[in-house]
Design a protein around this ligand. Structure first.
Ligand SMILES: NC(=O)c1ccc[n+]([C@@H]2O[C@H](COP(=O)([O-])OP(=O)(O)OC[C@H]3O[C@@H](n4cnc5c(N)ncnc54)[C@H](O)[C@@H]3O)[C@@H](O)[C@H]2O)c1
Length: 357
């Protein structure tokens, strides 16, 4: 699999590691800052980077290298353009979350991926966490019975040092706030587990402790699903000084599971009436950071999806659903009213003056 990476910043070592562990041929990388490329290689598993060609323009890299697969780890506001340029050249794409910053761009990526017959995967790698896979298997096997309610909380810590690393951070057009950046993985999991059929969203957001960013540092929401399930969301970067948890709870008539750890990588509670002896309480998957281990599995799945000509496990529609849920929270917070889905037209930039009105 001839593979290339676009964007060599903080998360990029997870991409290079995933490509290397899956045996991809890493042919090229692209970043406007050559120092970031050096830094990325120093933080990734050792690869023979003498023979990996470097570019500062992703279109030039696509044209000259003709990779079969690229992964995009650019600032979020650049995802759509870099993905669309790849798709139009027949290149398969893994796009970091959020897959785009507007519904229009997400729809265009989906439309073009069909027209050009390429695979697109949205990088919601936490779906591959062992604890999450266990929850999903129990759900698919009917062990929860009729679902009642669910909750996700992402309680992490990000300070001025984090936001000042790059100009795109914390702005509605290029990043969004904690719901769009840190919490979107949890929102993806919540929506997926509850049946995807999100009907109505009530949202409230605030910028409490980070006056130097444009977007929210805490957001809460209530989700109502078509199937009757209700759920709550809380995302914050206002924990004082440490990443506390990413927890996901799912309650059904015959089962209760609570996942925790810093990124839904631990099983805190596992109770099913069909087998009270079945216990997974305390299971913990070790991770090096809050990004978890899922990139490797997501890259592996993408390679198989290309080879088997099937949809990736986390496809572009899934990426759009997570984006749509966050934009619906923003819209509800902005208007002070519940928002009905589907959202046909919304973008991060629509909420630019959320806290300045
Ligand atoms: N899946 C996850 O768990 C996870 C974790 C962290 C970040 N992310 C996402 O990954 C993306 C990147 O985040 P990050 O923290 O690595 O950001 P970053 O700012 O550290 O890295 C972005 C890189 O892109 C480069 N760049 C900017 N404009 C470019 C251009 N036009 N052409 C080529 N290179 C360009 C920058 O020089 C930088 O090295 C974001 O969308 C973020 O939301 C996902």
């Amino acid at each position: 699999m001839k593979y290339a990476l676009v964007g060599c910043g903080r998360v990029a070592p997870s991409h290079i590691n995933a490509a290397a562990k899956n045996g991809f041929e890493i042919i090229a990388v692209c970043d406007i800052d050559n120092g970031h490329i050096d830094d990325m290689f120093s933080r990734a598993v050792p690869v023979d980077n003498e023979n990996i060609r470097r570019y500062s323009d992703f279109c030039e890299m696509y044209d000259k290298e003709k990779p079969e697969l690229v992964s995009i780890a650019l600032p979020s506001g650049l995802h759509a353009e870099a993905a669309i340029e790849a798709i139009k050249r027949g290149i398969n794409v893994i796009i970091e979350k959020p897959m785009a910053m507007s519904i229009k761009d997400a729809d265009e990526i989906i439309r073009l991926s069909k027209e050009y017959n390429v695979k697109v995967s949205a990088c919601h790698q936490n779906r591959f966490n062992i604890a999450v896979q266990e929850m999903r298997a129990a759900l698919e096997n009917g062990r929860f019975g009729k679902l009642s309610n669910a909750a996700v909380t992402v309680r992490w810590s990000r300070g001025e040092d984090y936001y000042s690393q790059a100009d795109w951070r914390g702005k509605f057009e290029s990043d969004g706030g904690t719901l769009m950046n840190q919490c979107i993985h949890g929102i993806d999991l919540l929506r997926w587990m509850c049946g995807d059929c999100l009907k109505r969203v009530y949202g409230a957001t605030r910028r409490q402790h980070h006056p130097y960013i444009e977007a929210e540092d805490v957001g809460t929401a209530v989700f109502e699903f078509e199937n009757g399930v209700i759920a709550t969301v809380e995302g914050t970067v206002n924990v004082a000084g440490f990443d506390m948890e990413e927890h996901l709870t799912l309650l059904g008539e015959t089962g209760t599971v609570k996942l925790g750890g810093t990124s839904a990588n631990t099983i805190e509670i596992w109770k099913f009436l069909d087998n009270p002896e079945d216990s997974k309480d305390g299971f913990h998957e070790k991770t090096l950071n809050v990004y978890g281990n899922g990139h490797t599995s997501l890259f592996e799945d993408m390679a198989l999806a290309i080879r088997e000509n099937r949809a990736p496990y986390v496809d572009a529609e899934a990426g759009k659903r997570a984006l749509e849920a966050v934009l619906a929270i923003y819209k509800s917070a902005y208007t002070g009213a519940p928002v009905e889905l589907p959202l046909t037209d919304a973008a991060g930039i629509d909420f630019k003056d959320m806290f300045e009105r």
